[in-house]
Design a binder for this molecule. Structure first.
Ligand code: ZN
Ligand code: ZN
Length: 411
């Protein structure tokens, strides 16, 4: 759940993923993706009135634009602009106390891998280079393939400040299986159950309002079954071409239902549940603390009627470490302060984590220069010689305790 207040200190007069309070002083707005915790204030009369003013604009991805055109934002559609993956967009930021003249800032959209239409924003200008990730799920190694972030020689462009999705910056969440593996496990659990008869059903209990779209698409691709979703989601997904074929609003037409969000399913499925014909599956990251690559992606209940599948649309700790190691940002601003975690303690933990990655990198460079060792060899040596590696930053224990998360985390 995003706790970012919308303000990017380095670039006055812009706001990202917040559309209320002091953000209404901004003149250029950015929306990274269409999840509720990134849209606070977006549909209020105050923001709509603000967006109607001259020279006030909202930028988002192509897909988010289409979603917004079915919301009150369509009233001001002339003020909504698409940031394309294919070309840089130049925006003008009005003068402020920092700059007496208007400033041109170049904005680049980069896929975020979190949900349909989700993007990161890279800003370049007198402010230096700033990367705002929004919510991300970027697998290890993939950040090095994102051309927008690379110099001609393949090295990373220098980043002044990284505004990072820190949802799982937590030593308990070192590893998540790739989403493809999660989807395969889910599809197997579904097909094993519904193949028994046409009267067997599956209830997918989603941990959050959004974020399961990828799974619906994979179920459709693999099993040719449309998932029953509630009417609000059905309307929303009509605007997402890749999700639309994978869902249905007709409860009686599907053996697979994801119609209840953190709650009870539709009446049709409720009736089948009483007859013992429904298998419940919860895709979630929350139950998979301290897991390793070799661990199973599925946890089953004793009575084998309910299952949990490891699934995350946010990056794990090791994936975040991979991003930070490659980009080497000078500064990191966390965009999620976990509930139950103290803001200052978490910042200390993040600083220590960042510092340990910097040290690891400089040690790697030093050893490479000296002995030309490979990175895997370096990792092996490091784990033998340095038990306090990046997973256990050496800071005051009370201050750096990894945050404990609640189910709200999976948004
Ligand atoms: Zn999100
Ligand atoms: Zn249903």
């Amino acid at each position: 759940m995003s706790t970012f207040n919308g303000i990017v200190r380095e670039i006055p007069n812009i706001s990202i993923d917040r559309f209320d309070g002091f953000n209404l002083r901004s003149t250029v707005f950015f929306l990274s993706h269409c999840h509720a915790d990134h849209m606070q204030g977006l549909f209020t009369n105050n923001f709509l009135a603000h967006l109607k003013k001259d020279n006030v604009f909202l930028y988002c991805s192509d897909l988010s634009y289409h979603i917004l055109m079915n919301t009150p934002i369509k009233e001001v559609k002339e003020s909504v602009k698409i940031v394309s993956f294919l070309m840089e967009t130049i925006i003008e930021v009005l003068p402020s106390e920092h700059y007496s003249q208007p400033q041109n800032i170049t904005v680049t959209a980069i896929p975020a891998g979190h949900c349909p239409g989700s993007i990161m924003f890279m800003f370049e200008g007198v402010c230096g280079r700033i990367l705002y990730t929004g919510d991300i799920r970027i697998m290890e190694g993939d950040i090095k393939k994102m051309k927008q972030l690379l110099n001609c020689d393949g090295s990373a462009k220098s980043i002044e400040t990284l505004y990072l999705d820190t949802t799982f910056l937590d030593t308990s969440y070192e590893y998540f299986p790739p989403r493809k593996n999660s989807a395969e496990s889910l599809c197997k659990l579904i097909s094993d159950w519904i193949s028994q008869s046409s009267e067997h059903y599956v209830h997918i209990v989603t941990a959050a309002k959004h974020g399961s779209e990828y799974l619906f698409v994979e179920i459709f691709k693999s099993l040719k079954i449309k998932v029953h979703v509630n009417f609000d989601h059905f309307i929303l997904y009509q605007n997402i071409p890749e999700v639309e074929p994978a869902i249905t609003a007709s409860s009686g037409l599907s053996q697979v239902h994801a119609c209840g969000v953190q709650g009870e399913p539709c009446r049709f499925l409720e009736g089948k549940k009483k007859q013992g014909l429904v298998r419940t599956i919860k895709p979630s990251a929350m139950w998979f603390r301290n897991r390793q690559k070799s661990d199973d992606t599925v946890i089953e209940s004793r009575e084998r009627i309910s299952f949990k599948v490891a699934y995350s649309c946010h990056s794990s700790l090791s994936e975040l470490a991979d991003i930070i190691e490659f980009l080497q940002p000078k500064k990191i601003v966390p965009c999620v302060i976990p509930p139950n975690a103290n803001k200052n303690d978490f910042k200390i933990f993040l600083r220590s984590f960042h510092q340990s990655l910097k040290q690891e990198r400089s040690l790697l460079c030093e050893m490479k220069n000296r002995e030309e060792i490979s990175r895997s060899e370096f990792k092996r040596l490091q784990s033998e010689e340095q038990p306090c590696n990046r997973n256990k930053p050496e800071v005051n224990k009370n201050a750096s305790s990894p945050p404990h998360k609640t189910s709200r985390f999976n948004t």
